[in-house]
Design a protein around this ligand. Structure first.
Ligand SMILES: [Zn+2]
Length: 271
């Protein structure tokens, strides 16, 4: 997919079953999911949430950015994986090796977004990259240093991180914005080039159903009320606008458009 002169490409890493919807959204009646099962069948396995965990590659004329690093090497995360550990092969399919990444931009530091920061020994997987992350996210996970993935993917990389604290331009046409609520320091990216636009919403609406139900509470949203406020504030920029909307937990490429269809706000994969 292109946004003017910027490439925005999905980089598959993993897909698996996270758990039952009734446990992950305890306030949402099971039957309320049925319209979304019809809209997004790939995100359902029975009553469980089938969760793709994909990253994105952003390529401008000057710079190559990997947005998030996925679940990481297979077998480390306690979920029911169908496929894991694909990110290095997915990058190779794009003709890229680890040394070709100039920036690793981490939207936040949940376990499914940082897994390939390092190899199994805790060595930076992307040796030439600047690792850019919000200072609040880093502070938050440093306090969890007893957790294995934090030790390997964060503590082992101390000194490598370049921290930011607010909205900023990551590269020409690529700007990071605060999207608070899901995780401390959670950020998304806006792209603008040659009159075209895209928004990478990260985990602001971690399931596309939340685009139509922005007040539904997902148990892993750190501050649910703030997360809902962020969704509600962002939606007018996305719905029925000439803008691509990307999320690594959405089906297929994860790049599409948010449109009103039969009175409901839906995400449709871009062709
Ligand atoms: Zn996530």
């Amino acid at each position: 997919m292109v946004v003017g002169s910027i490439d925005l490409l999905p980089v598959a890493d993993a897909v698996g079953l996270l758990g039952e919807y009734s446990e992950l959204y305890p306030e949402v009646p099971v039957e309320a999911w049925e319209p979304y099962r019809a809209l997004y069948p790939d995100l359902f396995s029975g009553y469980a949430w089938r969760l793709p965990c994909n990253c994105f590659l952003v390529r401008t004329e000057e710079i190559t950015i990997l947005v998030d690093t996925g679940v990481g090497p297979p077998g480390l995360w306690d979920w029911t994986a169908e496929n894991e550990g694909e990110l290095p092969a997915s990058l190779a399919k794009l003709g890229l090796g680890p040394r070709d990444i100039d920036i690793v931009f981490l939207t936040h530091l949940h376990i499914d977004h940082l897994g390939w920061n390092t190899d199994l020994e805790g060595i930076a997987l992307f040796p030439s990259a600047r690792y850019v992350v919000h200072e609040d996210a880093l502070t938050f996970v440093r306090a969890q240093e007893g957790r294995a993935h934090v030790q390997r993917c964060i503590i082992a990389l101390e000194g490598r991180f370049e921290t930011v604290s607010g909205d900023f331009e990551l590269a020409p046409g690529v700007s990071a914005f605060a999207a608070p609520g899901h995780f401390p320091g959670h950020m998304g990216l806006r792209f603008a080039s040659e009159g075209q636009r895209a928004v990478l919403i990260a985990d602001t609406a971690v399931h596309p159903a939340l685009l139509n139900e922005p007040d539904w509470v997902y148990v892993a949203d750190g501050e649910p009320a703030i997360c809902a406020a962020t969704r509600n504030a962002l939606l007018p920029e996305l719905i029925d606008q000439d803008v691509l909307v990307a999320c690594g937990h959405y089906p297929g490429s994860g790049i599409g458009r948010v449109v009103t269809h039969e009175g409901r706000v839906v995400w449709e994969e871009a062709g």
